[in-house]
Design a protein. Structure first.
Ligand SMILES: Cc1cc2nc3c(=O)[nH]c(=O)nc-3n(C[C@H](O)[C@H](O)[C@H](O)COP(=O)(O)O)c2cc1C
Length: 186
């Protein structure tokens, strides 16, 4: 299976990157092929411009080369995985910009039948995430509202919680879980 793994974090030694690396190690161990998109490091421009706007009078309007390139990477993949920290109970603006531009109008039906996995690191612990339906709301938004609109075959969310913990054991546990998620990915 070919996996497009998209990581969002400005710092390459962040826990988010470590989680991505462990997840990718697991995927590769299980012989999956990986295409890695590091939105910050690869210089993705998340700003939506006039050029990105749909021209309702011209349905065949061509996207910018940057957006076409990213759409083609999605088309070439069987599955999409996003690794990102929870910021303001949502995806970071960089990832939102990517989704605005590349998942434009639900990818125009081009991603039908693909799978998506959202690996979200949260500062809050599981109890915090359960309160006020925080986890439920985020999961509904990603799985049903976003992936459903793009007609993905399957979408699931994995939360890695309590990421600011000072316990090395807890952090090691999160990294091990990331590896297992990759290794068991099917
Ligand atoms: C701008 C910003 C906003 C954040 N918002 C939230 C939030 O809404 N809920 C939460 O649980 N943690 C929040 N956090 C904590 C991050 O989720 C946490 O820093 C991250 O999971 C740790 O991974 P990292 O070391 O790779 O950054 C926020 C952190 C930052 C920097």
């Amino acid at each position: 299976m070919k996996a497009l793994v998209t990581v969002t974090h400005p710092r390459q030694d962040s826990l988010t990157h470590q989680v991505m690396q462990r997840f990718v190690e697991g995927l590769k161990k299980n012989n999956h092929e990986v295409d890695l998109l590091d939105l910050h490091h690869d210089g993705f421009n998340p700003v939506y411009t006039l050029e990105d706007e749909r021209d309702w009078l011209n349905p065949s309007k061509v996207h910018t080369p940057e957006v076409r390139k990213e759409m083609n990477r999605i088309l070439a993949a069987d599955t999409l995985i996003f690794v990102f920290p929870l910021w303001q109970y949502s995806v970071p603006s960089m990832l939102k910009g990517y989704l605005d531009k590349v998942w434009n109008l639900g990818l125009f039906g081009k991603a039908d039948g693909k799978k998506v996995l959202w690996i979200c690191l949260t500062g809050g612990d599981q109890e915090h995430m359960s309160k006020y339906k925080r986890e439920e709301t985020l999961t509904h938004y990603l799985n049903v509202i976003l992936a459903g609109y793009a007609r993905m075959k399957e979408s699931r969310v994995e939360l890695l919680t309590d990421t600011l913990s000072e316990s090395n054991q807890h952090i090691e546990g999160l990294l091990e879980r990331a590896y297992q998620l990759g290794y068991e990915y099917a």
